[in-house]
Design a protein around this ligand. Structure first.
Ligand code: AMP
Length: 216
């Protein structure tokens, strides 16, 4: 089961990915998470990616393509994958087509989450994450039991550096410019399902499950 989930920052890719993983036995491959881990561990890749990420800009395609190609060779990807945050540009989509062909894992379903700017603004500025276990909260819609503390592991919650209105505008612009052509690329292959992600999360997930049911 080879899935790609797409949507602008705050569309709920992380939350929906968690729900998809509970249903299907495939790994979640988030290029944003992989890059953040590299930055945290101060690897060569992390050092290269850091300034782009903090500015809300895309990390160069060749860096990302190589990182994903390597990740998909790992044994846990045998049954498929849930890609999140990649491909994000047409160049990445075209490069990934060749990579996926080579390793026999073409994308079968693209879930495109769609949400208005005002909804995204509220979600992004209220989002809190656990830097240790990756749990995601929202100060109003999904607060932790104790303010500022992760329910799962007790760590102090924080805000992602790029979760500001200013960065949201930059990321939305990037999304429009770079990622819409990716949706068009997959649209031409007939594998895209558009989902209104402003709705309640259980409704959004039902729509996703229906789409994935067609390829299961
Ligand atoms: P995300 O968590 O997916 O919003 O990604 C956070 C940041 O990581 C982005 O703003 C980019 O700087 C970088 N990034 C993640 N995925 C990609 C990608 N496929 N191509 C280029 N940059 C990426």
């Amino acid at each position: 089961m080879n899935i790609l989930i797409m949507g602008p920052a705050g569309a709920g890719k992380g939350t929906m990915s968690e729900l998809i993983l509970q249903e299907y036995d495939i790994p979640h491959i988030s290029t944003g998470d992989m890059l953040r881990e590299n930055v945290r561990n101060n690897t060569e890749l992390g050092k290269e990616a850091k300034s782009y990420m903090e500015a809300g800009k895309l990390v160069p395609d060749d860096v990302i393509n190589a990182m994903v190609e390597k990740r998909l060779q790992e044994p846990d990807c045998q049954k498929g994958y849930l890609l999140d945050g990649f491909p994000r540009t047409l160049v990445q989509a075209e490069a990934f087509s060749a990579i996926a062909e080579k390793i026999g894992k073409p994308i079968e379903s693209v879930i495109a989450l769609e949400v208005d700017f005002e909804v995204l603004k509220d979600r992004i500025t209220g989002r809190r994450i656990c830097p240790k276990c990756g749990a995601i909260y929202h100060i109003r819609n999904h607060p932790s039991k104790v303010e500022g503390i992760c329910d799962n592991c007790g760590s102090e919650l924080s805000q992602r550096k790029d979760d500001t209105v200013e960065q949201l505008i930059v990321r939305m612009d990037e999304y429009e410019k770079s990622t819409k052509p990716v949706i068009d690329f997959y649209e031409a292959r007939g594998v895209v399902t558009h989902v209104n992600a402003a709705k309640d999360k259980t409704v959004v997930f039902e729509e996703i499950k229906e789409a994935l049911g067609k390829i299961a």
